[in-house]
Design a protein around this ligand. Sequence first.
Ligand code: AMP
Length: 191
Amino acid sequence: MFNLILFGPPGAGKGTQAIKIAEKFGWIHVSTGDILRAEVNQGTPLGLKVKAVMEAGVLVSDELLIEIMESVFRKHGSAGGFVLDGFPRTLKQAQELDQMLTKLNTNVSLVLSLEVNEEELVKRLLKRAQEQGRKDDTEEVIKNRLVQYHQHTKPLVDYYREKNLLKEVFGVGSIDDIFNELCNAIKVSKG
Ligand code: AMP
């Protein structure tokens, strides 16, 4: 089982690339943001619980995310691989992920970090706001999401670098060029 984490700030292009990678390698794409948005749109009890938090651009609780990921792994236990997009986002989530994968006799295979400067991120997120109308893509909320990223998520870079799992990829350029870079890194890691 190949377990890839696509890492990077909001707007780095994780979603776009994760879909392409999952399709190419036949892996399961897991976007925790998409899972949560679906719950909100369907008005489920979980959705009602997280709606306001998400709209404010703040992270949902680790406990909820861990429950969600446990059910993903239960459902797709025999998959050939996963592309995780938007998870883990805190140290606690990263540690829990390690435990969940250990139970499945596997581990994190590779972490690809998309490097995009802050000015470009804000530009992309504002453009996405116009195109997709995501409620958390307003200027104020974007600022919050970047703060959350720097406070809670960026420290994971060190966690994975120490485990020798991190590879940084420049995330500005054409979607296809970046995709090729990511695929090359995956091929090297797969051997
Ligand atoms: P995303 O689509 O990945 O940008 O996620 C949208 C929102 O969903 C985030 O701003 C958080 O409120 C919530 N979310 C998604 N993934 C996580 C996670 N791993 N931990 C906490 N909150 C999350």
